[in-house]
Ligand binder design. Structure first.
Ligand code: F6R
Length: 606
């Protein structure tokens, strides 16, 4: 995720671009930049926040009434001044800002290097202005259209040329872009909040749209450059609400983003029927020499590692364990060069996780980072980083990062199984199909969030909560309980369902709520028996069960049905109802959901 703004009109572009970028800072904040055409085409960019860009700009006088700007969330190339957008073409006549990922940029870059082109950055984006320049014959619209024909992946881009000072061109495919229609001025942005101060007349561009924006007009074309009509919508949001896209909290917004997060995490990794991890550096020989696999992490990331542990045992047949990093770092784990250590971290800066990584490396383990923040400490220190591409997570409680962590771990484990010859082609095909189906299944759950809110409204007297499940459902129960305690402050514990009668059952009273996760097919009947044990002690039970498993209704007080999903991938979508339960529990209590008491987003101290 990154943020794009563009302006053309009679006013000075700079303050409008800076103001728009500030409204979009939630979409990315590791670097920022602007390009303005005045006397010349000027680009100013820097690593850091918009405030850092403002500082840099304070020593320059940049005038011009057409410009584009960008706030970056790095995906390719660490956050630094060079990788910041906008990016120039080779001659510096054309300039581009981009949100998304160009999957085939390496191929394009190699082709252009062969022709003698010299690149300046490590980004995937830079191939775009270079390609546009290749096709430029005096009409920017035609050149952009030809260049984008060659791009695979997702993109929203804005392009200006110093040879055509009265227009800029924008294109969208799988990354959002909106047009703001003004009086003798027009705007573009990645999201509506950036524009609301200037106009409430918004056009939401659709996939494949390419728009030619002038001061007094705009034309939207399809990819054959035939003009098309898009309706103007009048948006009446308040500016404060708009950054959250109309959601009351970032946490809810981030949960609603999960279907897209699922799609992004598999981009370039599910190709037709095939599972690929192009970034994985381990060779077949190195993989064959691995005799144990650790997942080390904290909190939610540790719970994602727990899922990974089950998958490694099942598919790689290698002993595996998930460990809380703050414990692992002070033990003397038996680790050597035959150990593979997965280090899972959204921020990539968690102090205990970093210490665990360093310990593992010192003992000779091979290390793979599953990280969201590009260029973070974990990403720099591991032997091999594989990004989850979840975009910035603003709410303290981690939601969409967990979904992407579990998905990327599953993809890596399955790809390793393929390399090691432990995954039949037919099974891989089935798995690829299941990955592709996750988007719709996640959407299905999210669309039914009202069912969860309704259930939560019946739980006013609840004093404590137990989450139970077996196997992968147990891993989910720990994460469900963590989410609830951190934002609703209700006491919650996750237990293996079979462990209940070894102690926790003594705590069950009519004021206890038990969330029974019963989706893991091989152990369905066993968990059902545990639910009966709870009911016999008067506890209230909400079951999370798969569609079709309706006999559970005879036992549980309420059932939330999740779509049928292959067990190995089910945690990726089945966590969503648990995140929603936590959210609505906190919401009905009127709590500060995005900033829960005593907690911080990135725990960089021990
Ligand atoms: C829970 C939560 C924390 C983090 C943990 C690790 O919602 O956000 O438990 O998961 O602090 O953080 P990262 O993944 O940044 O290492």
């Amino acid at each position: 995720m990154c943020g794009i703004v563009g302006y053309i009109g009679d006013k000075e572009a700079l303050p409008i671009l800076i103001d728009g970028l500030k409204k979009l800072e939630y979409r990315g904040y590791d670097s920022a930049g602007i390009a303005i055409i005045g006397k010349d085409l000027t680009v100013v960019k820097t690593q850091g926040r918009i405030s850092d860009l403002e500082k840099k700009l304070s020593t320059e006088e940049i005038q011009g009434t057409i410009g584009i700007g960008h706030t970056r969330w790095a995906t390719h190339g660490i956050p630094n001044d060079i990788n910041a957008h906008p990016h120039f073409s080779e001659s510096k006549n054309i300039v581009v800002v981009h949100n998304g990922i160009i999957e085939n940029y390496i191929e394009i870059k190699k082709m252009l290097i062969k022709e003698g082109k010299v690149f300046r950055s490590e980004t995937d984006t830079e191939v775009i202005p270079y390609l546009i320049e290749e096709f430029y014959e005096g009409d920017l619209l035609k050149a952009v259209n030809k260049a984008t024909d060659l791009l695979e992946g997702s993109y929203a881009i804005a392009v200006m040329s110093k040879n055509e000072r009265d227009r800029f061109i924008v294109v969208r495919k799988d990354s959002p872009l909106v047009l703001g229609v003004g009086d003798h001025e027009n705007f573009v942005a990645s999201d509506i909040p950036a524009l609301l101060q200037y106009t409430k007349d918004i056009i939401i561009l659709e996939n494949g749209d390419i728009a030619d924006i002038h001061k007094d007009s705009y034309t939207i074309y399809d990819r054959d450059l035939k003009p098309i009509r898009r309706n103007i919508q009048r948006i009446d949001w308040k500016i404060e609400d708009a950054q959250k896209g109309g959601f009351k909290h970032f946490m809810l917004k981030e949960i609603f983003e999960e279907p897209n997060v699922i799609k992004e995490a598999m981009r370039g990794r599910i190709k037709g029927d095939s599972i690929e991890i192009p970034e994985l550096k381990l060779t077949k020989e190195e993989l064959s020499s691995i005799n144990q696999v650790y997942f080390v992490a904290c909190g939610t990331a540790y719970h994602a590692g727990l899922v990974g542990r089950y998958l490694v045992e099942k598919y790689l047949k290698i002993p595996s364990t998930a460990e809380v990093a703050s414990e692992f770092r002070y033990r003397d784990p038996v680790i050597d060069k035959h150990t593979l250590l997965f280090v899972v971290s959204q921020s990539g800066e968690t102090a205990d996780t970093l210490a665990a990584l360093r310990l593992g490396k010192a003992k000779g383990a091979k290390t793979i980072g599953i990280v969201n923040v590009v260029g973070s400490s974990v990403s720099r220190e591991v032997d091999n980083v594989i990004y989850i591409h979840a975009g910035p997570e603003i709410a303290v409680a981690s939601t969409k990062a967990y979904v992407a962590q579990v998905e990327v771990i599953a993809l890596i484990v399955l790809y390793m199984a393929k390399i090691l010859g432990c995954l039949e082609t037919e099974e891989e095909k089935h798995l690829a199909k299941e990955f592709n189906a996750l988007y719709d299944r996640a959407n299905n759950i999210i669309q039914r969030c009202g069912e969860i809110a309704d259930f939560v409204s019946t739980t006013k007297n609840i004093e404590e909560t137990f989450y139970i499940g077996r196997n992968l459902d147990f891993a989910l129960s720990l994460e469900g309980a963590l989410k609830l305690k951190e934002i609703s402050y209700i006491h919650a514990e996750g237990y293996p369902a079979g462990e209940l009668k070894h102690g926790p059952l003594a705590l069950i009273t009519p004021n206890s709520l038990v969330i029974a996760i019963n989706t893991y097919k091989p152990l369905r009947e066993k968990t059902l028996s545990n639910i009966k044990e709870v009911k016999a002690r008067g506890g209230k039970v909400l079951a999370i069960a798969e569609e079709g498993n309706s006999n559970i209704e005879e036992v549980a007080d309420r059932v939330f049905y999740v779509p049928k999903t292959r067990d190995d991938l089910a945690p990726i979508v089945n966590i969503i109802p648990l995140q929603l339960i936590a959210y609505y529990m906190a919401e009905t209590r009127g709590l500060d959901i995005d900033k829960p008491r005593n907690l911080a987003k990135s725990v960089t101290v021990e």
